[in-house]
Design a protein around this ligand. Structure first.
Ligand code: ARG
Length: 575
């Protein structure tokens, strides 16, 4: 039940709403949700009605409050200054929450808003033969959550990992491997080995510049598809992916497509043709560029002097391919804010090419992560592998699980779910654009606004629900009828209100590409649930009261569980 809609209709019907000539949709947009519950569940500001009604806003508010007072859905309506504050009948809201959770369950909060629309979510996109480090966690985890949210809102999503698997650096890698490489080494520790050869290449090339020529030659052979170079490159890619996939498995992240930069290497000619057709290419010192000074941007380098294409050329080709292949409604890129200019440039070029879908390509930037832990500093030039961070989170959580004597029959599994979950949750706690400091103490605090805290609250709700399965089954079969039994409980109503708003929070998170809205909402629900748990005896003597409370605990558990899963976390039943 959409109470905002109901209230908008009531206001539209009231003499004040009618005389001001406002329709229900306009009114709906004006309705606010007060910060404090003593200001009501919903508030309507009367300022905009003053002109049409030729009255002062506080007077309009007083009159409107009076005319709304009799409506069925309100417990009471009050005027405070220029605002009309409406208090819903508690049992109406609680009843709506209990029935929705009991009937929708895993789908509570979902919608079919995006039905029939394809959304591409590109995320993670690491570079092969390069470390998958702590910085990559951001794109991976934020992108995964955005994908889950869009899928939950009914969009048909395609998860793309645009691997950095092409470019002149692979010429260097091939030369380096041939000189100093060892097959077994690579198979044992692919990325660490390949990286060490690559570093050596740069050291040696300082002394012996002919290495650079050799590398260019190797890359040219790779581009022509010569067997030997192609096989080596493929092998580097496969070995790197094995390592990435280990981390993806730990994070519970997967993809529908790994079409990365190399996938577009044979689609470059088409891009150049299109650019030429529109007369967008200029020559500059042998290179081909697109001039963007009219848009306050430096020129985009499309091909180098030797004719080789660049990162941006492949992004242009990728967008065109995706539009032709998938016909997207939106094409979302979850990529660090350092690449803002790159995205502004190529999306502008797509627009200059006359593709009207340029505006459907959306760059979703995010800030930097740094580490508070001296031993893991990246400043010292040491790379912090994401896999090591996750393993450490699991290890530390394991210690806590044992020390706190956490209720579980599988310590390893719980340590994994909670440890990895803690890292994910912290990642999604702040607005994505903010830089943040990774702090072990903060993320593993079971009492703070953390992943473990929400998971623990979820497990606590699961545990109370297990205590009386028969009463729970009866409660869920007839949830609406139970609402009056909770009318008197402050903490029950506060919890129900938050559960009621969960679907809106999911929708807003999707609109703003901001998973932290879901994160914060589940923290609020967990806190409200714990207050309810503390204030009320859920397994009450009175059968109706017990059922009502179980139905609400069920709704809380479902909301926390659905929220955690959207964020890409596990929701353990026991903890
Ligand atoms: N591989 C790039 C990097 O690690 C990120 C790719 C982002 N996606 C894109 N379509 N350009 O910096």
């Amino acid at each position: 039940m959409d109470f905002k809609d109901e209230i908008a209709k009531e206001i539209a019907k009231s003499p004040q709403g009618r005389d001001a000539g406002l329709c229900a949709d306009e009114i709906r947009e004006m309705i606010e949700i007060p910060q404090e519950s003593r200001m009501g569940d919903y508030a309507f500001p009367c300022f905009r009605l003053a002109k049409a009604l030729r009255k002062a806003p506080p007077q309009i508010a007083r009159e409107m409050a009076e005319s709304l007072g009799g409506a069925e859905i309100f417990e009471r309506v009050e005027a405070v200054n220029a605002y009309v504050n409406a208090f819903l009948k508690k049992s109406a809201l609680i009843g709506a929450v209990l029935t929705a959770a009991a009937s929708e369950r895993e789908r509570f909060g979902a919608s079919d808003l995006g039905k029939g629309r394809k959304v591409i979510v590109e995320y993670s996109s690491p570079n092969i033969a390069k470390p998958f480090h702590i910085g990559h966690i951001r794109s991976t985890v934020i992108g995964n959550a955005i994908n889950n949210i869009y899928a939950f809102l009914g969009y048909d999503t395609v998860r793309v990992n645009h691997l950095g698997d092409y470019g002149t650096q692979f010429g260097k890698m091939i030369v380096a491997y041939r000189r100093w490489g060892d097959r077994e080494d690579v198979e044992r520790r692919p990325i660490r080995s390949l990286l060490s050869y690559y570093t050596k290449f740069h050291e040696e090339a300082e002394r012996d510049p002919s290495l650079e020529d050799e590398a260019r030659l190797a890359f040219a052979r790779l581009e022509r598809g010569e067997e030997a170079e192609r096989a080596l490159w493929q092998w580097f890619r496969d070995e790197s992916l094995k390592e990435f996939n280990r981390v993806y498995a730990m994070l519970g992240v997967s993809f529908d497509s790994y079409a990365g930069e190399s996938f577009y290497s044979n689609k470059m000619e088409r891009v150049l043709e299109l650019l030429r057709e529109k007369n967008l290419l200029r020559e500059s010192e042998g290179a081909q560029i697109v001039e963007l000074s009219d848009f306050d941007m430096p020129p985009a380098l499309i091909t180098k002097k030797d004719g080789s294409t660049l990162y941006i050329t492949r992004d242009i080709a990728a967008a065109i391919y995706r539009q032709e292949h998938y016909g997207f409604h939106k094409n979302i890129y979850v990529v660090a804010s350092q690449q803002n200019l790159h995205f502004r440039q190529w999306i502008k070029i797509i627009e200059l090419l006359g593709f009207e879908w340029a505006g459907d390509c959306v760059h979703i930037p995010f800030g930097l992560v740094s580490l508070d832990d001296g031993t893991m500093s990246t400043r010292a030039g040491r790379v912090v592998f994401l896999e090591d961070v996750l393993n450490r989170a699991i290890e530390r959580t394991r210690e806590i699980v044992i020390e706190k004597n956490v209720n579980t029959d599988n310590v390893d599994e719980t340590a994994r779910q909670v440890g990895v979950g803690a890292v994910i949750f912290q990642e999604l706690s702040n607005n994505r654009i903010k830089d943040y400091v990774f702090s072990w103490d903060k993320i593993l605090n079971f009492d703070g606004e953390t992943g473990p805290y929400v998971q623990y609250s979820h497990a606590r709700a699961s545990s109370v629900l297990r205590k009386d399965a028969a009463a729970l089954a009866a409660a869920l079969a007839d949830a609406a009828a139970l609402a009056p039994a909770l009318r008197e409980s402050e903490s029950a109503y506060a919890l129900a209100k938050l559960i009621y708003r969960f679907p809106d929070a999911v929708r807003e998170a999707g609109e703003k590409y901001e998973p932290s809205i879901v994160t914060r909402h589940v923290v609020d629900v967990a806190q409200a649930f714990n207050r309810f748990y503390h204030d009320e005896r859920i397994l009450a003597e009175d059968e109706t009261e017990k059922r009502a409370k179980l139905a609400l605990a069920f709704a809380a558990r479902q909301t926390m569980g659905n929220g955690l899963r959207l964020l890409g976390m596990a929701a353990p039943e026991r903890m």
